[in-house]
Design a protein around this ligand. Structure first.
Ligand SMILES: Cc1cc2nc3c(=O)[nH]c(=O)nc-3n(C[C@H](O)[C@H](O)[C@H](O)COP(=O)(O)OP(=O)(O)OC[C@H]3O[C@@H](n4cnc5c(N)ncnc54)[C@H](O)[C@@H]3O)c2cc1C
Length: 328
């Protein structure tokens, strides 16, 4: 039995920790935020909630489909019957696609919550430094607290945060530095005091500063009233407006919503914003070798296996397989 430190309690970290524990190993998971889920995020407000990170997920890999079937059977996820429109300079275009889209139920991180049952999780613990002691690792958090010892450290944070922790001389440094940087994204969630009358539940927006609009209250397991919308802003605009005010974001979001066909919108009753500094890598990068056996350091995270929720799961699953074989 080996003892692992997993840095990050997003989908990749939790998949990894759960599979290692199921194979008889021990894991301690360290998460800098208050809760689990990472970019699978839902914020609850007074009488409403909205997913401000990942919006939905799709399935390509048959192995991931098997996992999703278990999530569906556990009630952690459900299909979202939505066919997003496309909003371009010519207006709203219907875009009939056959894509099956799923969401976590009742919140986007429900799968992560479900799979973390029984795991040894330290929240509000930002890992700040790793120290090699013989063939073991010790960790230090940003409050000077020490944890360990561990047989291996598994980094599942976004690229920049993993790179900051990677020990010098690791064989993982080269593939890591070759990966494209992750870009920011502003998210705004708003509720309306009355129904908007907008026909489509979601739209990919091809012009302007908003690139995605979704009626969050149309997702399964959410309350339909108040009507809730989420807007995501382009990486370029987000990078150029890292300190955007609530009112600027709302103004841009309402302008984009009006282009969906309702020039008169009811008053906004509540809102929140969230800035994702490391939202997406935008690249379908695949890092084949994610474990440095010499230094006993592993890497997972969506950016190592394609830039989506499915990639996050695949990265955790693949690294778990490698480690289980290594410690067999
Ligand atoms: C705005 C937005 C929209 C998206 N839309 C979609 C979509 O529609 N479909 C889709 O498939 N994907 C989407 N994604 C991508 C999807 O959310 C990610 O692929 C997936 O959630 C990544 O999971 P992860 O475990 O790799 O990383 P994360 O979820 O980022 O988890 C990493 C965790 O590490 C923690 N951490 C970082 N540094 C430290 C440290 N030093 N110590 C301790 N903890 C640390 C972080 O707090 C975080 O919880 C979207 C992402 C964003 C931001």
């Amino acid at each position: 039995m080996a003892v692992f430190a997993v840095v990050g309690a997003g989908l990749s970290g939790m998949t990894l920790a759960r599979e290692l524990e199921q194979a008889g190993h021990r894991c301690q998971v360290f998460e800098k935020s208050r809760g689990r889920g990472g970019r699978l995020a839902t914020r609850r407000r007074d009488g409403w909630q909205a997913d401000h990170g990942a919006q939905y997920f799709t399935v390509r890999d048959p192995e991931f489909q098997q996992e999703v079937d278990q999530w569906l059977a556990s009630g952690w996820a459900a299909p979202w019957s939505v066919t997003p429109a496309v909003l371009d300079q010519d207006g709203v275009q219907s875009s009939p696609d056959e894509q099956l889209r799923y969401v976590g139920v009742p919140t986007m991180n429900a799968m992560v919550q479900g799979m973390s049952e029984g795991l040894d999780l330290f929240v509000k613990t930002r890992v700040d430094r790793l120290e090699r002691v013989g063939k073991q690792w010790r960790l230090w958090d940003d409050q000077g607290e020490q944890y360990g010892q561990f047989d291996a450290v598994l980094l599942t944070a976004p690229l920049a945060q993993s790179l900051a922790l990677l020990p010098p001389g690791s064989s993982l440094e080269v593939p890591l530095r070759g990966t494209s940087a992750m870009v920011p994204c502003w998210a705004l969630a708003i509720t309306f005091s009355e129904p908007t009358g907008i026909e489509t539940d979601a739209a990919f927006v091809k012009t302007g500063v908003v690139n995605w609009l979704a009626r969050d209250s149309s997702k399964p397991g959410r309350v339909a009233d108040p009507e809730t919308w989420v807007a995501h802003f382009t990486a370029q605009w987000s990078a150029n407006h890292l300190d955007a005010s609530d009112s600027l974001l709302e103004q841009q979001c309402l302008a984009a919503l009006r282009r969906l066909g309702q020039s008169e919108l009811p008053p906004v009753s509540d809102r929140f914003k969230h800035r994702w500094l490391y939202a997406r890598s935008g690249a379908e990068t695949v890092i084949e070798q994610a474990f440095d056996a010499n230094l006993a350091i592993g890497l997972a995270g969506d950016w190592t296996q394609g830039d989506r929720l499915e990639g996050a799961w695949r990265s955790g699953h693949r690294l778990a397989k490698t480690l289980i074989e290594h410690w067999a």
